[in-house]
Design a protein around this ligand. Structure first.
Ligand code: PGA
Length: 252
């Protein structure tokens, strides 16, 4: 069993209402009682409509809360339907997922994501920065060049790296029950870490998570790759049992 800090981050996507607090409550109870408290970090990224309510109700140091996107603009402005990083921070978010492929597919570019990251960091939110290739790109052996470009065009040296967690999520693995081959995944995670160090001339390795169809059955496969610092879990995080079983089985 690893001794390194591992992240288990839930991405609820467009899911949940006030009653869904029971899921958070159960995960919190599990986290409070579990061993190796300091070796794992549990974060639930919920819809904007729930963050304030959950934060008030939770009052826990055993799990943290985040959201799933923010507008790039700092301060108020004429952006109908949008919410900025400062508003989300005040509502109780500590983390924000940015660059998720479901948002990229609706038009978010690397340049826009960069503005969002900068804005979130200025508000002292921690960023879960998603990168990953499509199936078409994978088939054309473009994975590394896509990842390199996503890293280079969305980050800047001046950004506080300590507040950025990478999530490698191959687009073809999200919600499909398909996962990468473990040897490929290992080299991709290593590539991301090295690429980051090279680009930003630092010796410090970033945290890199894996995301895409993680469940309680396949989690044990991933635990063999020590370079993976944790997981971004979508569908399975909408059930306390599935989410808790993933964590339990990771440490088995
Ligand atoms: P999934 O989603 O676990 O449902 O594949 C992962 C994600 O979108 O972050």
């Amino acid at each position: 069993m690893t001794n390194k800090l591992r992240y288990f981050i839930g991405n609820w996507k467009m899911f949940g209402d006030f009653g869904s607090f029971k899921i958070i409550h159960k995960i919190n109870q599990f986290s409070r009682k579990s061993k190796n408290q300091s070796k794992k970090k549990i974060i639930l990224c919920v819809p904007n409509t729930l963050i304030h309510f959950f934060k008030k109700k939770l009052k826990s140091k055993f799990i943290s809360l985040g959201v799933q996107n923010c507008h790039y603009h700092q301060g108020y402005g004429p952006f109908t339907g949008s919410v900025n990083a400062s508003m989300l921070k005040k509502a109780g978010a500590e983390f924000v997922i940015l660059g998720h492929s479901e948002n990229r597919s609706e038009g978010e570019t690397n340049q826009l994501i960069k503005k969002k990251i900068e804005s979130a960091l200025n508000e002292e939110l921690s960023v879960i920065f998603c990168i990953g290739e499509t199936l078409k790109e994978k088939k054309r052996a473009k994975t590394f060049s896509i990842l390199k470009n996503q890293i280079k065009s969305s980050l800047e040296k001046k950004f506080n790296v300590n507040k950025i967690i990478f999530a490698y999520e191959p687009v073809w693995s999200i919600g499909t029950n398909k996962i990468p081959k473990m040897n490929e995944l290992k080299s991709t995670i290593k590539f991301i870490k090295n690429e980051f160090k090279k680009t930003f001339k630092t010796k410090k390795s970033p945290k890199v998570l894996y995301g895409g169809s993680v469940n309680d059955k396949n989690i044990s496969l991933f635990s063999s790759i020590s370079e993976i610092d944790g997981f971004l879990i979508g569908g399975a995080s909408q059930s306390s049992k599935k989410f808790i079983d993933i964590i339990k089985n990771y440490y088995k």
